[in-house]
Design a protein around this ligand. Structure first.
Ligand SMILES: C[S@@+](CC[C@H](N)C(=O)[O-])C[C@H]1O[C@@H](n2cnc3c(N)ncnc32)[C@H](O)[C@@H]1O
Length: 260
């Protein structure tokens, strides 16, 4: 079973889907879907999007999810069964760098938070070329991703905050800057960019962010921060949490390209 480089669990993705629900709905809307269309969700994870997308295209159409992680795909297939959509929602094990579909197969394609976990040995342009190949003329590609370089936390030690954010974006994600690159991914394929949006994802609960144990332990082990710095970081966050004044924000980008 292949695990992606910036692996996160199916449970994490389901919890994230609740936080990102409005953002996700915006990506569905931008796909401009109609009943009977055939669509692809690339890097579909446990099917948190393929199931709601099924309602847009209905049983006359189809939703195909593709992912390299068979455990995610098992969960996605179970979810399709439970939703009663198994006949027209399928999940396929494959890499987005080599899609097992014919040219011009889909009316629309979406890829959410795929590019931030793409390992360095996979060229995003190769993936984009595959998307364009399997997309029908007149079709749309909706890309959505975080720009982790914009992650900000209200902390009194701004230098430490910048250091930890740069470490998270640059070292803890295969491509933490994916969000800011989405437009150029489309332009490189000569697609017409029709929409470019940024959505600030604000959190007031540190448990729902990446400021906690994972970041702190990894930064400490990598020698990026001292124990004293981590204690100061964590102590202030815990105080802010207790006093209800924790604040963090990250820019989530959506870019839409049309194939002529
Ligand atoms: C951060 S998750 C996002 C999942 C889903 N799009 C969502 O919004 O919940 C990224 C997904 O991309 C998949 N992935 C990573 N590299 C891939 C590749 N080369 N081909 C197909 N899927 C890939 C991972 O297995 C994972 O399920």
């Amino acid at each position: 079973m292949a695990k992606s480089e910036g692996y996160v669990s199916a449970q994490y993705l389901k919890e994230a889907a609740q936080i990102l629900q409005k953002f996700k709905e915006r990506t569905y809307e931008l796909m401009e879907l109609q009943s009977g269309q055939h669509i692809l969700d690339a890097g579909c994870g446990p099917g948190v999007d393929t199931i709601p997308l099924a309602d847009y295209v209905g049983p006359q159409g189809s939703v195909t999810g593709v992912d390299i992680d068979s455990e995610m795909l098992d969960k996605a297939n179970q979810a399709a069964d439970v939703a009663g959509h198994a006949q027209f929602v399928r999940h396929v094990e494959a890499s987005v760098a080599e899609l097992p579909f014919k040219d011009n197969s889909f009316h629309a394609i979406r890829a959410e938070r795929l590019f931030q976990v793409l390992p360095n040995h996979i060229d995003p342009n190769v993936v984009m070329k595959e998307f364009v190949r399997v997309l029908q003329p007149g079709g749309r590609i909706v890309l959505a991703d975080a720009d982790w370089g914009t992650f900000s936390v209200n902390h009194s030690d701004a230098a430490l905050e910048r250091k930890l954010v740069a470490f998270f974006a640059g070292q803890m994600r295969p491509n933490g800057y994916a969000g800011r690159q989405l437009m150029e991914n489309l332009i490189a394929q000569e697609l017409k960019v029709t929409t470019l949006e940024g959505h600030a994802l604000i959190q007031t609960d540190p448990e729902k962010t990446t400021v906690g144990a994972w970041l702190q332990k990894t930064a400490l082990e990598a020698g990026m921060a001292t124990q004293a710095e981590i204690d100061r970081w964590d102590g202030e966050i815990k105080t802010m949490q207790a006093e209800g004044r924790f604040y963090s924000s990250v820019n989530m980008v959506i870019a839409v390209g049309h194939k002529a």
